[in-house]
Design a protein around this ligand. Structure first.
Ligand code: SAJ
Length: 429
């Protein structure tokens, strides 16, 4: 199928009212998707293995921080359009939004997708659309379809032999954590069908809440489009991180360097930092590398450059810490990016853990305004404690800024006087 752009159709009463959508996985993507569909009048059943998530949603609450999501969930649950359960129900459409981590060797781990698929299989009677939203390696949608049809030879992809049809599509999410409820509506989407009919049907569903353009293509191109977007960003950040190491060697300020280079109309370099975190950009490029290892050379190198950056920061802290007998080191920020509480794959958390481990005589003050208890990764160290921003900085000899949270940007710079400061994000220049 060739790619083509189709404007989102006006929402029809039948597209909204005549179907039940089961969203499998009520995490950072599944729950917002379930909530926005339900807010637009679709009956949605959310499915999750976690009692905590299921119970929270049924109370109209959200088990993690995401602006505006709570309002959507509370409204949809109170109207009876959204409910959650642990069992996979019968539905017209299934949206699979479960994690795809990687295994040793950076190969994608499809076990959550397989488990979700296996739970859908017994509920099928023909006529359903199964949409894979999880970020996936090339070929994952076909893999899912094969798994369904192997288990259910009474069903088919094309009606051959008079068997009822099940349709499959891949519609990767592209929303930015912290802006999810806005970007679900305003971002264009790529919709890859295993068949043209599947893509069109998925387009009608997403058109219920998405105001932007919906681009139809085949499933493998859609899978690669998602991985390509995140790899593009990873390569650009790796360029910035490499420049930060080069600039330090040359004794110049990398943030000024990038700001000046970006004055060129065709240059747009991202910002260096302590490494790349989160569950997307630090993971997805590996799916391309593991699919075509011999050819994905730049993409692999970018991953390696970004993964090495925490070690560079730790080296800079050590240089300062060696000047003290029992240094107090304040690590500012644990989250993987600003103004969220998400610690997944966070370089800031890993740097703080390594500081605790490598500097047993130091006191490490973990300062993270978005959480109220030390994460388990740090609780086993008796030289680490969670501390407030002002008190932590006041007590510190060395201040390492790891995340550009708004609380740190607003700080009165006088509190940093006489401290050894390592500002990995360039917010205090
Ligand atoms: N980072 C930098 N320098 C920058 C920008 C980001 O070091 O200039 C770091 C952040 O601190 C963070 C990491 O990169 O540790 C990732 O943050 P991010 O804001 O770039 O991206 P995510 O992971 O929150 O969301 C990305 C988005 N992808 C793109 O922008 C291409 C989002 O649209 C995707 O939906 C999301 O991945 C996803 O779920 O795949």
């Amino acid at each position: 199928m060739t790619a083509q752009t189709l404007s989102a159709p006006a929402t029809t009463a039948s597209a909204v009212g005549s179907q039940t959508v089961a969203v499998i996985g009520l995490g950072y993507i599944g729950l917002p998707t379930a909530a926005i569909l339900a807010s637009n009048g679709v009956e949605v059943i959310g499915v999750d293995v976690s009692d905590r998530h299921v119970d929270a949603v049924n109370r109209g609450e959200v088990p993690f921080v995401e602006p505006d999501l709570a309002t959507h969930v509370a409204g949809a649950v109170s109207k009876g359009l959204l409910r959650a359960q642990k069992e996979t129900p019968k539905a017209n459409t299934y949206i699979v939004a479960v994690p795809t981590p990687f295994k040793d060797g950076h190969e994608a781990d499809l076990s959550y997708i397989d488990a979700a698929t296996d739970a859908i299989v017994p509920q099928l009677s023909g006529g359903e659309l199964i949409i894979l939203e999880s970020t996936s390696p090339p070929g994952a949608t076909e893999h899912l379809a094969r798994r369904v049809l192997d288990a259910r030879p009474d069903l088919s992809l094309d009606g051959a032999g008079g068997r009822p049809v099940v349709e499959f599509a891949h519609c990767p999410e592209r929303v930015l954590p912290g802006r999810v409820m806005i970007e679900l509506v305003t971002n264009d989407r790529i919709i890859g069908g295993l068949t043209r009919g599947a893509a069109e049907r998925a387009r009608d569903l997403y058109g219920i809440f998405c105001d932007a353009e919906l681009h139809l293509t085949d499933a493998t191109t859609a899978e690669m489009a998602k991985l390509t977007e995140n790899s593009f960003r990873d390569v650009n950040i790796a360029f910035a991180n490499e420049l930060s190491i080069i600039a330090e060697r040359l004794g110049i300020d990398v943030f000024e360097l990038i700001e000046l280079a970006n004055k060129h109309p065709r240059v747009n370099i991202l910002q260096p930092g302590p490494g790349v975190g989160g569950h997307c950009i630090a993971v997805d490029p590996w799916f391309i590398v593991s699919a075509v290892p011999e050819d994905a050379r730049l993409i692999r190198t970018a991953r390696e450059v970004n993964d090495r950056k925490p070690e560079v920061v730790l080296g800079r802290v050590k240089e300062r810490a060696d000047r003290f007998k029992r240094p107090v080191i304040a690590a500012l920020g644990l989250a993987f990016k600003p103004d969220i509480d998400d610690l997944r794959e966070s370089p800031a958390l890993e740097i703080t853990r390594q500081l605790a481990q490598r500097h047993p005589d130091a006191t490490i003050l973990a300062i993270e305004p978005n959480i109220d208890a030390l994460p388990t990764t740090l609780t086993s160290f008796d030289n680490v404690r969670l501390e407030g921003t002002v008190a932590g900085i006041a007590a510190a000899d060395i201040v390492v800024l790891l995340v550009d949270h708004k609380e740190f940007k607003r700080l009165n710079r006088s509190v940093l006087e006489e401290k050894a400061v390592i500002d990995t994000r360039g917010i205090w220049r």
